[in-house]
Design a protein around this ligand. Structure first.
Ligand SMILES: [Zn+2]
Length: 214
């Protein structure tokens, strides 16, 4: 399929992108001054489906790769998705998608583990509190190389938040940076242990969660 692009003026989105980029450059410790990300707007659900060559779910509103961020038009947000539009929500969406691009750079192009990828993008875009707080971890680790469904969003953000609150940002960035040479879930868990000093499993994560709630 062939698509036609034309430039669009939207000061609101332009300013959102600028603000998000400045905040993300600090968060990720990456200077990104040249060839900065483009934003490409999908007008309708039909546009999204054509672009993706598949029927997409009504919650699907954006994606990112390379230096491109794709988003559903803010003006059709309510009509073409199950989400409710607000400037704040749209800003966080832009920041989330841009953050995926920073992840891609730091990880040397690796997308997995998906829970870590989604978790840190949710965290860096201040989107974690949009989910109900959890009492324990029981499923995020199933989303290593499996990204199906939207359920994994719910725990992954809290897992990343917990790691950052307890051990700082430096360790998690180190973990993401090491992904470029990691080729399996087993290798990932070994690297995790080397960096954090404990095994990555629900038992350890829940222990940490309980400790922090006291
Ligand atoms: Zn995402």
């Amino acid at each position: 399929m062939i698509f036609e692009l034309k430039p669009k003026r939207d000061t609101l989105i332009e300013n959102m992108r600028k603000k998000a980029m400045n905040e993300l450059k600090k968060f990720w410790g990456i200077r990104w001054e040249k060839n900065i990300p483009r934003i490409i707007v999908w007008k309708t659900r039909k546009d999204i489906n054509n672009f993706k060559q598949q029927q997409t779910k009504d919650w699907f509103i954006g994606e990112a790769n390379g230096r491109n961020v794709f988003l559903l038009d803010r003006k059709n947000f309510d009509k073409e998705s199950c989400h409710k539009y607000s400037n704040e929500k749209y800003y966080k969406l832009i920041k989330h998608e841009l953050s995926h691009l920073f992840f891609e750079i730091l990880s040397g192009g690796k997308e997995t583990p998906y829970w870590l990828n989604e978790g840190i993008t949710l965290y860096s875009a201040d989107q974690i509190n949009q989910f109900p707080p959890i009492n324990g971890f029981s499923n995020f680790l199933t989303y290593h190389s499996n990204s199906g469904g939207d359920i994994y969003f719910k725990e992954s953000g809290f897992a990343v938040e917990l790691l950052i609150k307890n051990f700082g940002k430096r360790k998690i960035l180190k973990l993401i940076k090491s992904l470029s040479t990691i080729n399996s879930e087993k290798e990932f868990k070994q690297t995790f242990k080397k960096i954090y000093g404990f095994n990555l499993n629900y038992k350890e994560m829940n222990k940490l969660l309980k400790k922090c709630r006291k």
